[in-house]
Design a binder for this molecule. Structure first.
Ligand SMILES: NC(=O)C1=CN([C@@H]2O[C@H](COP(=O)(O)OP(=O)(O)OC[C@H]3O[C@@H](n4cnc5c(N)ncnc54)[C@H](O)[C@@H]3O)[C@@H](O)[C@H]2O)C=CC1
Ligand SMILES: CCCCCC(=O)CC\C=C/C=C/C=C/[C@@H](O)[C@@H](O)CCCC(=O)O
Length: 256
């Protein structure tokens, strides 16, 4: 898929991996609606884009993905402004093993809401033009990590939901590819703060730390490059791409 003229929606776009995804999509010619709850960070990014003459292809829409109404309003504004949606990156996520219901709400429920809203607008069976959805899971969506069982559960859910929706899309003719990106540790605010967010499992942090030594730490740009591969490679549907400091691989799931 060539990105020039394509319209993308990215959630959690103001910082970290979402910011890097936004930047690489813009660099490759796409137009991006940036959805985020952090208005100051988003405005700072928009100022950076202004300096790179990319601001006219970027639209910040304040949106708390915990609110289905706010996601719907953001999609509506995107379509009113740019005419359609071709690419969706459900990227917003948190780690909070204490407020674990919020973690489920943002990391999984919002991914489902965003995907279903995108279907309404992208589905070829209902007048859409098709497209691609990349959901940000984590290596914890495939390999459980001590210290963050609910986070791990949400990311397993993102992988399973994405793969099931990819099968549905093929079977139903939606014309939409769905893939999951499963990064290991990435140097962002989320990772930096994660040791404070393990709640009752904080004593297990050391074992989580060991993963950093084994897996290495990625940059957000490393992940964005892998997301670009999933967006542009039209042969990829229903994949879970694990990316670690030591390399990347598509998960080989057991066949039935
Ligand atoms: N940093 C890491 O080591 C890894 C992160 N991930 C996943 O990548 C995604 C992005 O994480 P990072 O960039 O590391 O985090 P980050 O904390 O650096 O950035 C997350 C962005 O999402 C936004 N956000 C949070 N809650 C929101 C909500 N309710 N509505 C709208 N926006 C919201 C934040 O304001 C922020 O801009 C998450 O889904 C995370 O689980 C996956 C694997 C590794
Ligand atoms: C613990 C949740 C991490 C969420 C981010 C991911 O999905 C990556 C999962 C893989 C490994 C996680 C390791 C987490 C270690 C934390 O306990 C913390 O110690 C990391 C500190 C970051 C740093 O030192 O740069």
């Amino acid at each position: 898929m060539a990105l020039s003229g394509k319209i993308a929606v990215v959630t959690g776009a103001a910082m970290g991996i979402g910011k890097a995804i936004t930047e690489i999509l813009l660099q490759n010619g796409a137009t991006v609606a940036l959805l985020d709850v952090n208005e100051p960070a988003a405005k700072a990014l928009m100022d950076e884009l202004q300096n790179k003459n990319e601001k006219d292809r970027a639209l910040f829409l304040k949106c708390d993905v915990e609110s289905e109404e706010q996601i719907q309003a953001a999609f509506q504004k995107t379509i009113e402004t740019f005419g359609r949606v071709d690419i969706l990156c459900n990227n917003a996520g948190i780690v909070d093993e204490t407020n674990w219901k919020k973690t489920i709400s943002i990391n999984l429920e919002a991914v489902i809401s965003g995907t279903y809203l995108a279907l309404e607008h992208m589905n070829k069976m209902t007048g859409g033009q098709g497209g691609v959805i990349v959901n940000t899971a984590s290596m914890t969506g495939v390999y459980p990590v001590q210290g963050c069982p609910v986070y791990t559960a949400t990311k397993h859910g993102v992988v399973g939901f994405t793969r099931a929706m990819a099968i549905n899309s093929t079977a139903s003719g939606y014309g939409i590819r769905l893939n999951a990106i499963c990064p290991g540790p990435v140097k962002t605010e989320l990772l930096n703060n994660s040791s404070l967010k393990l709640g009752q499992f904080s004593p297990l942090q050391q074992s989580a730390n060991q993963i950093l030594e084994v897996m290495g730490i990625l940059s957000a740009s490393d992940v964005a490059e892998a997301v670009l591969e999933l967006v542009t490679d039209e042969t990829k549907n229903g994949e879970a791409l694990v990316i670690l400091g030591k390399g990347k691989h598509f998960v080989a799931f057991p066949s039935m």
